[in-house]
Design a protein around this ligand. Structure first.
Ligand code: ATP
Ligand code: MG
Length: 415
């Protein structure tokens, strides 16, 4: 799936690294070259500028070590050597060094040796002469060649390393994308599966009804109630899926209103208390009598409490007790929803916030979708809060939610 992208990213990463290594190598070589020839070239230029004509075959104000290396020759306008500081420098041997360029250092390769030279014209009453200052630069050239081969060798090794590093960097960059792609794929697969089940049941029941065109509605009560149940489940499933899909795409707006948690909890708990009585369960609310204000989306926080209370009711047997408590702890509003119901096995605990995860489907009526806690967790995260679960099989479960308190307006403090 991501092979092509992996290759493209590897090539791009490696190309950038190789380019950087190449640039660095080039910069080192140019710098070293400039430094190495600085002394020779400087001395050549100094010689042309400072020494009078009749002394040009002798050492002048040039750097140490240059006296032996510097070859000086004075040529007349016919390029004949009229004076030189080396016997071997004759009109014939000077030929390969001749240049039209004056007052600039140039490089010449003569019989396998490298020379830097500078020619300068001098006008005197006897005529115009050209003075050549020549220095053998073989030691410098050898040094630079060694450096060049080290740089080329290093660039070669660097290229191989760049490809390896480029590949690893590309893999690392792709990893989170692969994970979220896989999650998304799993989500779509699970959603399709979950949607197909109620649809098949509805189709089956409706086909059964069609086979009895003269039957009466009261005789088909059970089928119709199954169809209604599945339709309810479908509509809940679609609503939940839409919430999660929009949350994934960051397309769900979270309002930022001031919410009084205690007032909202009282509102949510009331109908559940009625329902608990009806199912022979007890629902106790311990809500501290303090102003507990948070900033958030009232509708979503309401939905969060309903998700937790609905679970507590669903997974608690007759005669069970559910407690909802609310207070303040370290600048956070702390809400706990605990029950003495069936509890959750330790191995299931890390997964209960996963989409479609249900520990015991026989317990959850057919209307459960396994999406409640996934949505609940998303709501808590959107409010910069925390949700924690503690549970023991056959003893009960406790969900704790921590939500940041709204900052009191200047001069006003939460008591
Ligand atoms: P839905 O909420 O979509 O109707 P659901 O209740 O099965 O379906 P969740 O609310 O996400 O899904 O819960 C996931 C699972 O976690 C449940 O199926 C159940 O196994 C376990 N669970 C959640 N709350 C409790 C609880 N209070 N006691 C025991 N098990 C629980
Ligand atoms: Mg639920």
């Amino acid at each position: 799936m991501f092979k092509k992208t992996l290759i493209k990213l590897t090539v791009l990463n490696s190309a950038i690294l190789i380019l950087l290594i190449g640039l660095l190598g080039g910069a080192i070589y140019s710098y070293e070259r400039a430094v190495t020839f600085r002394s020779v070239n400087g001395n050549l230029k100094a010689a042309t500028g400072t020494l009078p004509l009749d002394q040009r075959n002798e050492a002048g104000p040039i750097g140490p070590g240059m006296h032996d290396r510097l070859i000086v020759a004075v040529l007349n306008s016919g390029n004949k050597v009229i004076r030189a500081n080396r016997d071997e420098l004759t009109s014939k041997t000077i030929k390969p060094f001749l240049t039209k360029k004056t007052d600039a250092v140039i490089e010449k390769n003569v019989e396998g040796s490298y020379y830097h030279l500078i020619a300068t014209k001098i006008k005197t009453v006897q005529g115009t002469f050209t003075v050549y200052y020549i220095a053998n630069v073989d030691p410098e050239k050898n040094l630079l060649n060694t450096l060049l081969s080290i740089i080329l060798y290093g660039t070669g090794i660097g290229t191989i390393l760049s490809i390896v590093i480029g590949y690893f960097l590309a893999r690392r960059a792709l990893r989170p994308i692969e994970v979220s792609w896989e999650k998304q794929r799993q989500f779509v697969a699970d959603a399709s599966h979950e949607l197909r089940t109620p649809l098949s049941i509805i189709q089956l029941k409706m086909e059964g009804l069609l086979k009895k065109p003269h039957g009466r509605i009261q005789d088909a009560g059970s089928e119709i109630s199954v169809v209604l149940g599945e339709t309810r489940r479908l509509s809940k499933l679609v609503a939940n899926l839409l919430t999660l899909a929009r949350s994934d795409a960051n397309r769900l707006e979270i309002n930022r209103d001031m919410i009084s948690v205690s007032d909202l909890l009282k509102q949510v708990v009331e109908p559940f208390q009625e329902m608990a009585g009806y199912h022979e369960k007890t629902l106790v609310a311990n809500i501290e009598n303090k102003p507990m204000t948070i900033i958030g989306d009232k509708g979503r926080i309401h939905q969060l409490f309903v998700i937790l209370l609905d679970n507590a009711m669903k997974f608690t047997d007759k005669g069970g007790r559910i407690t909802i408590a609310c207070g303040i702890e370290n600048h956070m509003v702390r809400i706990t929803v605990s029950d003495n119901g069936i509890g959750i096995k330790e191995k299931d605990l890390p997964h209960i916030f996963d989409r479609f995860y249900q520990t015991d489907t026989s317990r959850t009526d057919r209307e459960g979708t396994g999406l409640g806690l996934a949505i609940g967790k998303w709501i808590v995260e959107q409010h910069k809060g925390k949700i924690i679960v503690q549970s023991k099989v056959n003893e009960g479960t406790c969900f704790t939610i921590l939500l940041p308190l709204a900052k009191p307006k200047s001069g006003q403090e939460d008591k």
